[in-house]
Design a protein around this ligand. Sequence first.
Ligand code: NDP
Length: 287
Amino acid sequence: MSSVIINGKEIGQEIRTGVATRVKKLKEQGITPGLAVILVGDNPASKTYVANKQKSCEQIGMYSELVKLPEEISEQALLEQIRELNERASIHGILVQLPLPKHINEDKVIQTISPEKDVDGFSPISVGKMMLGQDTYLPCTPYGVMKMLEHTGIDVAGKHAVIVGRSHIVGKPMGQLLLQKDATVTYTHSKTPDLPYFTKQADILIAAVGRANFITSEHIKEGAVVIDVGINRNEDNRLCGDVDFEDVLGIASHITPVPGGVGPMTITMLLENTVQAAEKELERQEN
Ligand code: NDP
């Protein structure tokens, strides 16, 4: 079987063109959508992610502000900074780049972001609304995967989706979004015995593990759709996913590459959520 390689860069670009049009329209009405990104410390991977997010904002005419804070900042001072951004009218979305230094309570930080500005969709209020299928900001990576499937013409209804990984930011919400679209969902994780037994049943397999080339042909059913969320470095220090791409190619009906798959979709949905936040702000002003 020849596998279709899903081009996340291309799909993301298509969506961004639509988002850029909405930015232009908002600007004509006097609002420039603004994203504040808080970066604590000097983690090189975080710095790269943050730079990419900022660049993407600027490319579509949005305002982006980097709030760079020292590793040793106190939790209290960080919370104060978030409260200030919650109040600032020019900022519509706030993102705190994770992970945070160990002395800072991540839950507390995320809960301090105003739900109206929680464009990462990580706060308990956003998560609760997502679970109930209410209007909210969806977490960017799973949201991006859903858009990617939609744009590729893959209908998830009635399909068996197996998720490898159950983190709060990827695995868990991914399953919820698929469930809302009528997939049958199985979650697997590090305590799952005989992982291939489960993954081999997947019509749609989502790998969100964080281990280079962990998913191989042994895990995949012929004709499955394979979505690789992982971003890892292999022995040669090159970017790679959780899926052994070469090994699975030819077995999967569709597969996402790393880089150029889920990554660009994640940033696209962050832009989409921030523009949505600005549109909601305009609506509030008009009412
Ligand atoms: P976490 O480390 O938070 O979660 C990893 C999950 O994988 C856990 O649920 C863990 O299980 C599970 N797991 C670990 N080992 C195994 C195993 N041997 N068998 C089955 N399951 C296992 O990672 P994230 O969810 O934050 O990220 C996952 C990957 O996705 C990373 O590579 C990350 O860099 C990438 N990522 C990519 C994004 C993108 O835009 N493309 C965005 C966010 C993340 P348990 O719960 O039992 O410990």
